[in-house]
Write a protein that binds this ligand. Structure first.
Ligand code: UT7
Length: 323
């Protein structure tokens, strides 16, 4: 059977680092509160000229270079983002143009913090369905541009950045020993909208709006939803927590990450954590974390890697992939 195998990975971050101490100068907060409640120590914030498309382009170029490929070798670009450069055209098309790619197709995917999981699942379906041979999947965000910088309950949490994966069709035996995406589990429930949303949009206010979140309410649902969708991935593939080499979670809060790992019985040494250095970068957080752990040699070819995310919508999902 056809599998979607990882061929390359990359990432890009804005130049500017903003520490918790920097934020103490802007709002009534403290480094101690932020570290204790979230695990975040710093985040990267986009400056002038840095946008979701420019960061996504940077991540894409690194992934292409690592894979030894050029844009000519790609069939499809999918960008997971909730902070596009424009309402339309899609940021994926903008990145396609920046890469000088004049063939194939490009589109955006909107599932907020679960966007990268949704985009990998979509790329896998395209590849297995024969619609594409190579798909560039990007998670790219500039949440700093939709933050209310006077709201201490949200402005300390988010950061900007982008990460990318290139998935390529390869023949597999149809077992969990195959390299590539082994299963993807996606969920959503729109009844939770008011707990995490942006209070503007083209068809309602005609404005971009800013992020609004009832953090405690989101927190209450997070661990349960994450562990449910991971149990579904185990069930679909006949694998267990013991088989997992690396859990690469969406990086929203250290307490959610630790709580989920503990509930699943995955030791913390097998969990990739970047929330301390990146903050919550929404759809970019998983590919940024993958880039860290694959660049420094933790994630190696053949490792069983579990991705999970939960966020606005609510949306949530998991992907099990043999690297
Ligand atoms: O990525 C998408 C999914 N999003 C998430 O997963 C986020 C989920 N939620 C969370 O991570 C946590 O709920 C937060 C980190 C957002 C908040 O942590 P919490 O432990 O749930 O705190 P809380 O909202 O219950 O607030 C506790 C206290 C409050 O004061 P009182 O009412 O107890 O006097 C807040 O006003 O902390 C106060 N507070 C702050 N204090 C200092 C809230 N924000 C801050 C702040 N600095 N930045």
């Amino acid at each position: 059977m056809i599998r979607s195998v990882v061929r390359g990975f990359g990432a890009a971050l804005p130049k500017q680092v903003v520490t918790n101490r920097d934020l103490e100068q802007k709002v009534d907060t403290s480094d101690e509160w932020i570290v204790q409640r979230t695990g975040i120590r710093q985040r990267y914030i986009a400056g002038e000229g840095e946008t979701t498309a420019s960061l996504g382009e940077g991540a894409a170029r690194q992934a292409l270079s690592r894979a030894g490929l050029t844009p000519d070798d790609l069939d499809v670009i999918i960008v997971a983002t909730a902070t596009p450069d424009n309402t339309f055209p899609a940021t994926a098309v903008n990145i396609q143009n920046r890469l000088g790619m004049r063939h194939g197709a490009a589109f955006d995917m909107q599932a907020v913090c679960s966007g990268f999981v949704y985009a990998v699942a979509t790329a896998d379906a395209y590849i297995r369905g024969g619609l594409a041979r190579r798909v560039l999947v990007i998670g790219a965000e500039t949440f700093s541009r939709i933050i209310d910088w006077s709201d201490r309950t949200t402005c300390v949490l988010f950061g900007d950045g982008a990460g990318a994966l290139i998935l390529e069709a390869a023949e597999g035996a149809g077992t969990t020993a195959d390299r590539g995406v082994l299963t993807a589990q996606l969920r959503s429930d729109g009844s939770h909208k008011e707990k995490l949303y942006v209070d503007g949009g083209p068809s309602t206010t005609g404005t971009v709006g800013v992020l609004r979140m009832e953090g405690r309410e989101v927190f209450k649902h997070a661990v349960g939803m994450i562990t449910d969708v991971i149990e579904q991935a185990f069930e679909a593939t006949g694998t267990t927590a013991e088989d997992i080499d690396w859990l690469v979670p969406h990086q929203a809060n250290r307490r959610i990450i630790d709580g989920s790992a503990k509930k699943l019985g995955i030791p913390l040494e097998k969990v990739v954590v970047t929330v301390d250095i990146h903050g919550n970068t929404s759809a970019a957080s998983i590919p940024l974390a993958l880039n860290e752990a694959a660049s420094d040699g933790r994630i190696k070819q053949g490792d069983l890697v579990l991705l999970e995310a939960m966020g606005g919508g609510f949306t949530w999902g998991s992907v099990l992939i043999r690297w």
